[in-house]
Design a protein around this ligand. Sequence first.
Ligand code: NAD
Length: 256
Amino acid sequence: MLKVGIVGISGRMGHALFECCQGLDGVKVVCGIDRNTDSLPAGCSCEVVDAPAKLGVIPDLFIDFTRPECSLEGLAFAVKHKVRYVLGTTGFDEAGKEEIAKAARDIPVVFASNFSVGVNVILSLIEKTAAVMTDADIEIVEAHHRYKVDAPSGTALSMGEAAARGRNVRLQDVMVAGRNGVTGERQYGTIGFSSIRGGDIVGMHNAMFCCDGERVEIAHHASSRATFARGAIRAALWLADKKEGLYTMSEVLGLN
Ligand code: NAD
């Protein structure tokens, strides 16, 4: 039995994870962490505290979809107690990403900006398309619900990184985000990002390869958070026999 702790158990993903775990043999939610204990998932009777240091029950593994500062606190606790970690939070800065890599020297961590199987499949298609369609202007469009706090989305950035890998460049050298006003003509080789926020959109991503005379679009539409929750639990089960290290969802799915 895999004993799971959900970090962010009162959030949208926390609810989806809790519900997904209910129907599974071999997985049990034994504790949760959230600063908001008023909106727990229906049927949740496990221990829930507002900070990891207050936990009485130590799980085998944490699944965390929260905010960067919360996840870094959770990771530090997990390193101290040798707890495996599945991390879905987005919006980390470079220092935060270094902290994650440092924690993964001591514990096994799966870190992915998107846990849906479909998105991970299209990341490899995007890399190949970028490498072959060398004259295409690459534009990445994403749309999410009104509550999302970071932009471009972590998934859009992963798509940009996949395209940049295909072109043998570094994303930070070619990225253009949030055009506004007189921007001048498009520079060849740049990768553009556009973000839409509104309503209850779970997640839409479209990588557009625009050439003279044709356009290829590689798109993914998420219609339910259950897809991310299922992927995160798949990663949690995969991690059971892994040693310390930083793993990707591509590795979990055997796409590499
Ligand atoms: P949410 O706001 O609904 O939930 C976040 C929860 O974390 C809230 O309940 C909040 O109270 C809790 N929290 C935040 N900071 C805390 C702290 N310091 N201490 C204790 N609790 C804290 O958000 P959400 O829609 O569930 O998304 C959470 C994160 O997951 C975001 O970064 C989002 O981009 C990311 N996300 C990733 C994927 C993926 O596949 N990787 C999919 C969906 C969402």
